[in-house]
Write a protein that binds this ligand. Structure first.
Ligand SMILES: Cc1cc2nc3c(=O)[nH]c(=O)nc-3n(C[C@H](O)[C@H](O)[C@H](O)COP(=O)(O)OP(=O)(O)OC[C@H]3O[C@@H](n4cnc5c(N)ncnc54)[C@H](O)[C@@H]3O)c2cc1C
Length: 492
């Protein structure tokens, strides 16, 4: 047995008979299918990265009672220093995919350790549900599982309650017996579900009394009987070469509607059972929501830095870096990229102790989420503005280089002060893949919505801000003068 999980081990674990559909057909083996195989190789590269002797200490730790090291995403920090050590590991992992794999294995691991830190919520709900969660987090940690989650209901008729949607649309409990419950219906959007080992199924959106059938949370292997994964269009499948599509050909983590077709959930995999309040508490009264979204900001810090690098190199490729308005724009982007990192540092440094654990500053985390929802499209737009037609005036594909006449024209027309023509084309194609391709466009949608629409994230910010601290200063000012006093002063 290797010292930590490897890529080969991860790939082998995905040949488990899971039910994935794409383009009207059942996928026999996700690890070899042209729609998924490169993304799966990229997820495997994460495990190979952590298992390398030079990375093992930075990337992994030994859980108590285990004989094998696992990724630091599973580590529950007990101090500020441990939190920073863990974050450095997560940033190093993100650099492997330049921040483009939003649901890399550290995302749901972060959610679960945060929930485990708040085990009291589950104990109040019931000792068996608390034991199920404790045992599951222990198992997932020691196995270094790749988990994804579906915690959002399919966007259907938004003006209706979840419980009033047509039957079999939103996943709900339809039966139960001495061995567990049975669920039927859908959840969205199982990002990475084609390449995860297991899936956490829960309900983050508010539920009303009477919607108890929808109020459950559980974890299931992706191969559980009845789980049907309906993949969206694969960008990887149409990425004709790595040279033409260096990101979409390798980091298309996939998103899917997940349909639970009478799936049996054993009691020891059930964490919330028919309780609409505990569904919300599972995320918001534990540290689950904080840790999952703190991880998302860690990943984003890497992606924004990468995009800032693209912007700078783009201006070098077209020779505009030193035009004052261009360097001003780059300076603004640099400030935005650094703000993401500074907010991360702020979340950590002004974190607090919750029991024995160190947890990030909740309001700083929500502020970062709200601000970066806007920042990402601004960043993408800034790169487009800096580029002009450069991202379009490109050979149709790598095949153009194979024709001597076309190649000669490419060599004449793709000019840059600091790049050979082929290198210029290579770089500009990477830029387009990041910000303009269908893959790049999906990333904009992801960064704007993965944690909820604006009204949801701003609502969290509204609730967690220290309003008293702000309004008391205003009250102090108001108390420092009055109409009466001033009128009296005028009389004398
Ligand atoms: C690329 C991508 C990947 C994702 N991956 C996952 C995943 O892995 N797991 C998972 O669980 N989820 C995932 N999601 C789902 C994501 O969490 C949801 O998209 C998000 O929570 C928003 O919910 P919604 O799509 O239903 O949009 P809605 O909440 O319906 O919002 C859409 C828009 O409708 C309007 N609106 C709707 N309701 C209101 C209201 N009450 N007040 C004001 N305005 C309103 C607003 O304009 C809003 O911007 C993913 C989403 C995307 C785009």
């Amino acid at each position: 047995m290797t010292v930590a999980k490897t890529g080969a081990e991860h790939i082998a674990s995905l040949r488990d008979g899971r039910t994935v559909y794409i383009d009207g057909a059942l996928v026999e083996d996700v690890t070899t299918h042209p729609a998924f195989k490169n993304a799966i190789q990229s997820s495997a590269a994460l495990y190979d990265y952590q298992a390398r002797p030079e990375n093992i200490e930075m990337m992994t730790f030994m859980p108590e009672g285990s004989n094998r090291r696992v990724n630091r995403a599973w580590q529950m920090p007990k101090s500020y220093e441990e939190m920073v050590t863990r974050r450095r590991a997560l940033q190093a992992w993100s650099r492997v995919h330049y921040g483009f794999m939003g649901r890399s294995p550290d995302h749901v691991a972060s959610a679960l350790i945060g929930q485990r830190m708040g085990i009291e919520v589950f104990r109040k709900h019931g000792p068996q549900r608390a034991k199920a969660l404790e045992d599951y987090v222990d198992y997932a940690t020691k196995s270094d599982l790749f988990l994804t989650y579906v915690i959002i209901n399919p966007q259907a008729e938004r003006a209706k309650n979840w419980g009033d949607q047509v039957s079999d649309l939103v996943a709900r409990i339809v039966d139960e017996d001495s061995t567990g419950i049975t669920i039927r219906g859908a959840k969205m959007l199982g990002t990475s579900s084609i390449m995860a080992n297991e899936i956490l199924v829960a309900n983050l959106q508010p539920l009303k009394q009477g919607e108890e059938d929808l109020a459950f949370s559980c974890a299931l292997p992706m191969s559980a009987k009845g789980i049907r994964v309906l993949s969206r269009k694969s960008y990887e499948a149409s990425a004709v070469s790595v040279f033409d599509n260096p990101l979409s050909s390798r980091f298309d983590e996939n998103d899917a509607l997940v349909y639970f077709d009478d799936v049996k959930v054993p009691w020891d995999r059930l964490f919330v059972y028919r309780d609409t309040d505990v569904c919300r508490q599972q995320f918001h009264e534990t540290w689950g929501h904080s840790y999952q979204n703190y991880q998302a900001q860690i990943r984003l810090s890497v992606k924004i830095r990468f995009l800032a690098g693209l912007a700078r190199k783009l201006t070098e490729a077209i020779g505009t870096t030193n035009i004052p308005s261009v360097s001003e724009k780059l300076g603004y982007m640099a400030a935005q990229a650094s703000m993401v990192e500074a907010m991360l540092s702020g979340m950590e440094a002004s974190g607090t102790k919750a029991g024995e654990y160190w947890v990030p500053n909740k309001h700083f985390m929500y502020s970062a989420q709200v601000l970066t929802q806007d920042l990402y499209p601004q960043f993408v737009n800034a790169i487009r503005e800096l580029s002009g037609g450069a991202l379009i005036m490109l050979p149709s594909s790598i095949k153009d280089f194979g024709d001597p006449m076309i190649n000669k024209i490419i060599q004449t027309t793709q000019r840059a002060a600091n790049l050979e023509p082929a290198d210029k084309v290579k770089f500009l194609k990477a830029c387009w893949d990041a910000v303009g391709s269908e893959f790049g466009s999906r990333h904009q949608q992801y960064e704007m919505f993965y944690a909820g629409a604006r009204f949801v994230t701003a609502g969290h910010s509204f609730r967690t801000f220290d309003w008293n601290n702000a309004t008391s200063m205003v009250e102090n000012l108001m108390a420092s003068y009055s109409l009466e006093n001033e009128m009296n002063g005028l009389k004398h």
